[in-house]
Write a protein that binds this ligand. Structure first.
Ligand SMILES: O=C(O)COP(=O)(O)O
Ligand SMILES: [Mg+2]
Length: 221
């Protein structure tokens, strides 16, 4: 067992970039939305660096990049609606688990540890994606970016998860791929663990100084 797990009674996971590589489907929806608006599609390599602060921020970044200026509210709302419609049609068609995820989750779950999911993506997409990759059995609580008034890097969703399971923050671990996960974890008083393979705006997640880094969730157990 990884030393960071000693004394831990709740593990909270990020979704995009941590459990699943969702960029192929996110990028397809962003590209289709921009094409609808007569704008050039950015493609997966660019979209990858814009993921992490939820779907509205994703579309704001995509529009600003395509047009060279920040979008006004009406255009952003239109683009966001378009993205939600495109993404909702096939949220997990090309989304894949990272290596070691199933083994890691199954081992933690098998030990009776409560597991939660806290993502910044809209909550409506969580269940279809978990079902699409066969992870629907593991999480006792799932929160999306629109589940509470605040999202990561705010500690609110992590505090909510700890309270839900009646576990002290100091006995809880946040596992994620981005600076928003590590910042939320630290602010909530959780221990923090980072995966280096996900999306972090093109920067190493080690810069956020998590308590630990593992190459794969299989290394946790
Ligand atoms: O939708 C996003 O921006 C990222 O979601 P995540 O919090 O699961 O990484
Ligand atoms: Mg993430």
């Amino acid at each position: 067992m990884h030393p960071l797990l000693f004394g831990i009674r709740l593990v909270v996971f990020d979704l995009d970039g941590t459990l699943v590589d969702s960029v192929p489907d996110l990028a397809a929806a962003v590209d289709a939305t921009l094409a609808d608006l007569g704008l050039p599609p950015p493609g997966a390599a660019r979209v990858r660096d814009w993921v992490g602060n939820g779907s509205l921020k994703l579309m704001e970044r995509a529009l600003a990049d395509a047009r060279g200026v920040a979008p006004d509210e009406a255009l952003l709302a239109r683009a966001h609606d378009g993205f939600l419609a495109h993404y909702g049609r096939a949220p997990s068609a090309r989304t894949r688990l990272y290596p070691g995820v199933r083994e890691g989750l199954a081992a933690l779950h098998g030990r009776g540890l409560p597991l939660a999911l806290v993502t910044n993506k809209p909550s409506a997409f969580i269940a279809p994606i978990l079902a699409g990759v066969g992870l629907e059995a593991y999480f006792g609580l799932c929160l999306g970016g629109d589940s509470l008034a605040r999202k990561k890097p705010d500690p609110a969703p992590l505090r909510h998860a700890a309270a839900h399971f009646e576990v002290a923050p100091a006995a809880s671990l946040m596992v994620g791929d981005s600076r928003h996960d590590i910042a939320a974890g630290k602010a909530a008083g959780f221990r923090t663990l980072a995966l280096p393979y996900g999306y972090n705006h093109g920067e190493p997640v080690a810069d956020s100084r998590p308590d630990g880094i593992v190459e794969s969730l299989a290394d946790l157990v």
